[in-house]
Design a protein around this ligand. Structure first.
Ligand SMILES: *[C@@H]1O[C@H](CO)[C@@H](O)[C@H](O)[C@H]1NC(C)=O
Ligand SMILES: *[C@@H]1O[C@H](CO)[C@@H](O)[C@H](O)[C@H]1NC(C)=O
Ligand SMILES: *[C@@H]1O[C@H](CO)[C@@H](O)[C@H](O)[C@H]1NC(C)=O
Ligand SMILES: *[C@@H]1O[C@H](CO)[C@@H](O)[C@H](O)[C@H]1NC(C)=O
Ligand SMILES: *[C@@H]1O[C@H](CO)[C@@H](O)[C@H](O)[C@H]1NC(C)=O
Ligand SMILES: *[C@@H]1O[C@H](CO)[C@@H](O)[C@H](O)[C@H]1NC(C)=O
Ligand SMILES: *[C@@H]1O[C@H](CO)[C@@H](O)[C@H](O)[C@H]1NC(C)=O
Ligand SMILES: *[C@@H]1O[C@H](CO)[C@@H](O)[C@H](O)[C@H]1NC(C)=O
Ligand SMILES: *[C@@H]1O[C@H](CO)[C@@H](O)[C@H](O)[C@H]1NC(C)=O
Ligand SMILES: *[C@@H]1O[C@H](CO)[C@@H](O)[C@H](O)[C@H]1NC(C)=O
Ligand SMILES: *[C@@H]1O[C@H](CO)[C@@H](O)[C@H](O)[C@H]1NC(C)=O
Ligand SMILES: CC(=O)N[C@H]1CO[C@H](CO)[C@@H](O)[C@@H]1O
Length: 526
């Protein structure tokens, strides 16, 4: 068992803690983590900006995806969907990939009236070695004849663009549990329930299958045809996931993955703060534990369970929180905790100009083109996972006593390989909104003492995810590397002002490592 005891004692002004780490995976550890654990979900209407097209591929995005692929062995899987998945209509005469109308009262962040043209599907060509989930429109598909026409017309375009190589699975409908209550405008009457959802889902997916048989017959076998579902927004909305399955959602046995969506809270929800909501392991664990409960309730289906769309705060994130370094630290805790409870993959959601985005793919008059802090958290998660194609890796949470720190152990081929420590105590780099290293409060540091494997080297490598504070929105580095757009278009660049190659020495079977408030470290034992 990964029993961990934490003994805290004040040593001068810093706190020393000792963590005991089990040398082999806990008995209850989940199956090894499948490849592409670190994945993304991209808003349907933003996909052409993230990926570009045949004549103008978005190389910056591809570089960022490669960085993660180089760490874990597989580029992130991309789910193309989200709210706008249920708003688009197809227009064969449209010369551009997408046109949209933003109605601020419905949402200031994305269009709610959308046309896509044939060139939309070019965006599936720009990232080599990447697998996708394409989101079909159920919101309008099951609402009116134009929506139904769109469904029939987009199947051939999507299946030909993707083919066997690039297609992961399909999705029909985003968050249909909110179809009759959506704040962006309902697309179903109040009578909408699990039974009507299931009958319409079966009706739509059977039509997709018929189109595939006609236009992409190579994509209709059991190994190439299937869905993520039900992609509900929550566990307790108007429609419930367990009841949807009980009502026959998988009658055709074509659901390959159970997909659920998760947000920690809302961007405008009162009382949401960086320290109290995101940099708080108790809150993160509680949110993920509810998903793990759903996973357990649906385990009789024998299907993998993923978070097909997730991020910090719904409604595209809160400025100053979701786009700050503190959210990158939250992302490490969140992803590793998901891995530790057996969630098989996590798709972090993003769209152009979204506050919680990992990167902004194009320059707009709202958000600067560039790599954003949350991306750096995903790099740290990928580094903790290691190459998932080469090694069987399991992640275990190490229980600590306070909710402002978190620790995890990674076991590769059943051997302790790495430990991550995330110091979630908020340290502000700016004071009252004024950028300054003149913050009169010196940045505290905690010293952690860990036992190390008996056959371990006498020197342990330490990598740090660093920024000037939890409120920093730039100047982030992982192990001394920057992935910023302005340096080398998202490729890693070594910074000369950040220490790297740090080593701690083993003494009496233990190592000590200091972790600043608002910093994360990974120790590598092998
Ligand atoms: C489709 O796009 C063409 C070209 O932009 C436009 O003229 C036409 O009005 C559009 N049709 C619909 C139904 O929006
Ligand atoms: C491809 O992308 C470029 C840059 O955004 C754009 O100017 C061009 O119109 C796009 N081509 C098509 C066919 O949509
Ligand atoms: C059900 O499928 C039929 C075609 O088979 C289609 O005309 C109808 O619009 C679909 N209804 C819904 C609600 O999906
Ligand atoms: C279609 O959507 C409208 C709202 O835009 C809703 O009032 C109506 O009930 C929906 N119709 C069906 C058949 O779901
Ligand atoms: C269909 O494929 C799934 C994996 O996608 C597999 O678990 C299942 O056994 C297959 N079913 C049949 C009937 O081959
Ligand atoms: C973390 O969240 C828990 C549960 O909401 C709360 O009791 C605790 O005070 C929070 N801790 C911090 C440091 O905000
Ligand atoms: C799962 O089942 C437990 C026990 O019946 C129940 O308390 C919980 O609400 C369920 N959760 C979900 C999301 O279905
Ligand atoms: C920002 O850009 C959008 C189109 O991309 C445009 O509609 C809007 O007017 C611009 N706003 C300002 C303040 O320039
Ligand atoms: C950091 O800044 C936030 C937001 O301005 C503030 O609520 C918090 O008290 C500050 N924390 C510290 C430790 O100064
Ligand atoms: C920040 O603002 C608070 C309240 O407005 C004030 O008491 C404090 O002195 C300010 N701190 C600095 C360093 O300016
Ligand atoms: C290192 O330099 C980069 C710019 O090249 C800057 O953004 C970052 O804040 C610096 N980091 C430190 C720790 O000073
Ligand atoms: C597995 C993977 O994605 N590897 C990539 C690592 O990065 C290089 C470019 O630097 C790619 O060519 C590889 O495909």
């Amino acid at each position: 068992m990964a029993v961990a005891s934490l003994i805290s004692a004040f040593v001068g002004s810093s706190i020393a803690s000792s963590i005991s780490v089990a040398q082999s995976p806990p008995a209850a550890a989940c199956d090894p983590i499948p490849e592409a654990f670190v994945s993304y979900s991209i808003e349907f209407s933003s996909f052409p900006e993230f990926a570009g097209n045949n004549s103008s591929p978005n190389v910056f995005s591809n570089n960022l995806l490669n960085n993660l692929g180089n760490l874990t062995g597989t580029k992130p899987y991309i789910r193309v969907g989200g709210n706008t998945q249920d708003y688009y209509l197809y227009n064969a005469s449209l010369k551009t990939a997408l046109t949209g109308i933003v109605v601020p009262s419905r949402s200031p962040d994305y269009p709610t009236t959308i046309s896509i043209g044939p060139s939309y599907f070019e965006s599936y060509n720009t990232w080599p070695d990447t697998k996708f989930v394409h989101g079909f429109n159920m919101g309008l598909g099951g609402n009116n004849s134009a929506g139904w026409e769109t469904l029939l017309e987009t199947v051939p375009l999507a299946c030909k663009a993707l083919g066997k190589e690039k297609l992961l699975w399909w999705e029909y409908g985003n968050e249909p549990d909110l179809f009759s209550t959506s704040a962006q405008g309902p697309v179903r009457p109040p009578s909408w329930n699990e039974a009507t959802y299931v009958s319409q889902w079966l009706n739509g997916t059977r039509a997709i299958k018929r189109q595939l048989e006609k236009y992409c017959p190579g994509l209709t076998s059991n190994s190439t045809y299937g869905y993520l579902a039900p992609s509900f927004a929550g566990l307790n909305n108007h429609l419930k996931p367990v009841k949807a399955f009980q009502s026959g959602l998988d009658a055709d046995k074509d659901i390959k993955i159970i997909s659920s969506h998760n947000y920690i809270g809302g961007a405008t929800q009162p009382g949401v703060t960086l320290q109290g909501t995101l940099m708080n392991h108790t809150v993160t664990a509680k949110s993920v534990d509810a998903q793990a409960q759903l996973q357990k309730n649906l385990s009789y289906l024998g299907l993998p369970f993923i978070l097909g769309e997730t991020n910090s705060l719904y409604n595209q994130g809160k400025p100053g929180l979701s786009n700050a370094f503190g959210a990158a630290l939250w992302g490490i805790d969140f992803n590793l905790y998901c891995a530790s409870v057996g969630i098989r993959r996590v798709h972090m959601h993003m769209g152009t100009n979204y506050r919680y985005q990992s990167w902004q793919p194009v320059q707009t008059n709202i958000t600067t083109l560039g790599t954003k802090p949350p991306y750096y958290g995903h790099v740290a998660v990928a580094a903790m996972m290691g190459n998932l194609k080469k090694e069987k890796t399991r992640i275990a949470n190490i229980k600590l006593d306070t909710d402002t720190e978190a620790a995890y152990a990674a076991y590769s081929n059943d051997k302790l390989s790495r430990v991550a420590i995330i110091n979630l105590r908020q340290y502000n780099y700016t004071v009252n909104g004024t950028s300054s290293v003149l913050n009169p409060v010196k940045r505290p540091s905690r010293e952690y003492t860990l036992n190390v494997p008996a056959d371990c080297r006498d020197k342990i490598g330490v990598q740090r995810l660093y920024a000037n504070g939890s409120d920093a929105i730039s100047g982030i580095s992982w192990d001394g590397l920057s992935y910023n757009w302005e340096l080398d278009n998202g490729k890693p660049v070594r910074l000369h002002n950040v220490t790297t190659g740090e080593i701690v020495k083993v003494k009496d079977g233990t190592v000590k490592v200091a972790v600043l408030d608002s910093e994360a470290v990974i120790l590598s034992f092998q």
